[in-house]
Design a protein around this ligand. Structure first.
Ligand SMILES: O=c1ccn([C@@H]2O[C@H](COP(=O)(O)OP(=O)(O)O[C@H]3O[C@H](CO)[C@H](O)[C@H](O)[C@H]3O)[C@@H](O)[C@H]2O)c(=O)[nH]1
Length: 287
């Protein structure tokens, strides 16, 4: 299988996309529509709908023009909103809480409709909480501004922020803090490879959760970072963050059975260790 290109940044226009397709003649497309900050999507919804929905429609038009009829689309657990039960299967009702979740769900619907009308082949992958860093020690997440828990706890560990705010300690969970299903970025990547191979072999369309099926609380994340870094982490208890469900845990059985996907790094400690290694510029790692 041939890979690439990885075109970064906001789509300029359809002519730009057209040129990319003419140059690389892809058999299939991996589409991230990567504006992912739920909070930012509340402040600037138009930007999210433009990037995640309108630009996805442009991409689908150009795919049609070039006879490309297969796509792997990155979606999100945010389509489920505040879950009615966990672990969450793909059949759980949808109730997005913000424009980010709505925008991803809209594209899911668009793909399903085009599949019916025109025979588009698709795989939709609903990520839970992406975590960790490149196990080879080269790539890591870098958000501006950073809003995600693990990178923020790491900043607190290394004195780059005075403390980590825990958003709510009165949730209905064993330690009162929110529980999330953290899935390693390398495992997300391997799921995409499996999804592409499966799509290219002509298998039926699929929508699958990508999570480990295990949950860790905010306090467990803080404790894990303290253990891995061997540093004390100043904690500040803060108000609940609006729109945060108490527990988000995937039922990943469909990804297992349909894609043959099994996370290589399901343990939070491994994920944190990889993030720490990359942050410190070391190229280690045993597991
Ligand atoms: O400073 C912080 C930051 C986060 N949290 C808590 O840590 C947990 C994880 O928060 P993140 O912001 O890291 O992740 P979310 O679960 O909010 O968001 C994830 O899921 C969303 C969909 O539900 C989007 O996909 C988003 O990009 C993805 O990171 C939440 O309970 C949050 O309240 C804190 O206590 N303090």
């Amino acid at each position: 299988m041939q890979w690439g290109p990885f075109e970064k940044g906001e789509l300029k226009d359809e002519a730009h996309l057209d040129a990319i397709f003419a140059k690389y003649r892809p058999q299939a497309v991996l589409h991230f529509a990567a504006f992912i900050e739920a909070g930012e999507s509340v402040r600037d919804p138009q930007r999210f709908y433009q990037n995640n929905v309108a630009d996805s429609l442009a991409l689908l038009r150009v795919m049609q023009l070039h006879g490309v009829d297969k796509i792997v689309f990155s979606s999100t657990a945010a389509v489920y909103g505040n879950p009615l039960y966990t672990p969450i299967p793909e059949t759980h009702p949808f109730a997005p809480l913000n424009p980010y979740g709505h925008s991803k769900l809209m594209v899911e619907r668009i793909l399903a409709d085009i599949a019916l009308a025109k025979g588009l082949g698709y795989t939709i992958l609903r990520y839970f909480n992406a975590a960790g860093a490149d196990p080879e020690g080269e790539l890591r997440e870098n958000h501006q501004p950073e809003t995600h828990l693990i990178p923020l706890v790491l900043q607190a560990a290394y004195g780059k922020r005075p403390n980590i705010a825990i958003f709510g300690t009165d949730y209905d969970t064993p330690d009162g803090t929110c529980i999330r299903d953290y899935v390693h970025v390398a495992d997300l990547a391997s799921a995409h490879v499996l999804a592409l191979k499966r799509l290219l072999s002509g298998s039926r369309n699929l929508t699958a959760n990508l999570g480990t099926g295990c949950g860790f609380s905010v306090r467990e994340v803080v404790d894990t970072v303290a253990r891995v870094t061997n540093r004390p982490i100043p904690v500040r208890i803060a108000e609940r963050r609006p729109g945060d469900p108490a527990i988000l845990i995937a039922d990943p059985s469909l990804a297992r059975s349909e894609l043959g996907w099994a996370p290589a790094y399901p343990e939070l400690e491994q994920q944190v260790r990889h993030a720490v290694n990359v942050l410190n510029g070391t190229r280690p790692l045993q597991g």
